[in-house]
Write a protein that binds this ligand. Structure first.
Ligand code: ATP
Ligand code: MG
Length: 203
């Protein structure tokens, strides 16, 4: 039997992460006969869900620097409390969002110094490392249409910001060989076939 893998699904708001995560979890359960752990960022731990409520609260005005620190704290907690034990127990892990989101939103779109972002993440939230990072790539108009009305503080930022987010993911993917940029257009089953192929190649 293959060993457990830690797979990240990332990409802009509305690109299809949650839809693809569910399909991937079903596929992994069938493949290895063990229930995968499915988590989302920020969240999934008690601390993470509380930080999520703060991060997405439209009544708060948070700078990209403060966002970075809160996202990093949520990620550190998730990795130690849930991801590491699941992998140690032989369970696959599917995580919605990870470092590429922090790079795209807080640095490329938010303007925060790239060195600071990477240093903070590598210092505080880098173990265990994902075996595969899949970025779902969708043109901004399609992602906005799938997403619908903005529902939280970050989704409510303007279209220029979200355009930079999409570009930020592409920049990240060009720079990190372990990240696969997957075309997220088409129906969920076609996207899943591309995601599964990318996961297979990465492991
Ligand atoms: N391949 C697809 N084609 C058309 N619609 C899709 C596709 N994948 C997902 N959707 C729909 O688009 C919407 C957003 O999808 P989903 O919730 O999976 O995205 P997400 O990346 O998790 O979004 P968020 O960043 O808001 O969590 C949902 O209504 C979903 O049903
Ligand atoms: Mg989602």
């Amino acid at each position: 039997m293959t060993r457990a893998s830690f797979v990240v699904l990332d990409g802009a708001d509305g690109c299809g992460k949650s839809t693809q995560a569910r399909l991937l979890v079903d596929r992994m359960r069938l493949e290895r006969g063990i229930e995968p752990l499915h988590v989302r960022e920020p969240g999934s731990t008690q601390l993470g869900e509380r930080l999520r409520a703060i991060l997405f609260d439209r009544a708060l005005d948070l700078s990209p620097r403060v966002e970075l620190l809160l996202f990093a704290a949520a990620r550190a907690q998730l990795l130690s409390e849930l991801v590491a034990p699941a992998l140690a127990a032989g369970r696959d892990v599917v995580c919605e969002r990870f470092h590429p989101s922090t790079f795209a939103y807080q640095s490329v779109a938010g303007g925060l110094d790239e060195e600071l972002v990477m240093r903070t993440l590598l210092e505080h939230a880098n173990k265990p490392e994902p075996d595969a990072l899949i970025v779902l790539d969708l043109p901004l108009e399609l992602a906005l249409a799938r997403r619908g009305e903005a529902s939280d503080r970050i989704e409510a930022k303007d279209e220029a910001y979200h355009g930079r987010v999409v570009e930020g993911y592409r920049i990240w993917s060009r720079r990190h060989a372990r990240t696969r940029l997957v075309d997220a257009t088409g129906d969920p089953a076609s996207v899943h076939a591309r995601v599964w192929e990318a996961v297979r190649r990465a492991r």
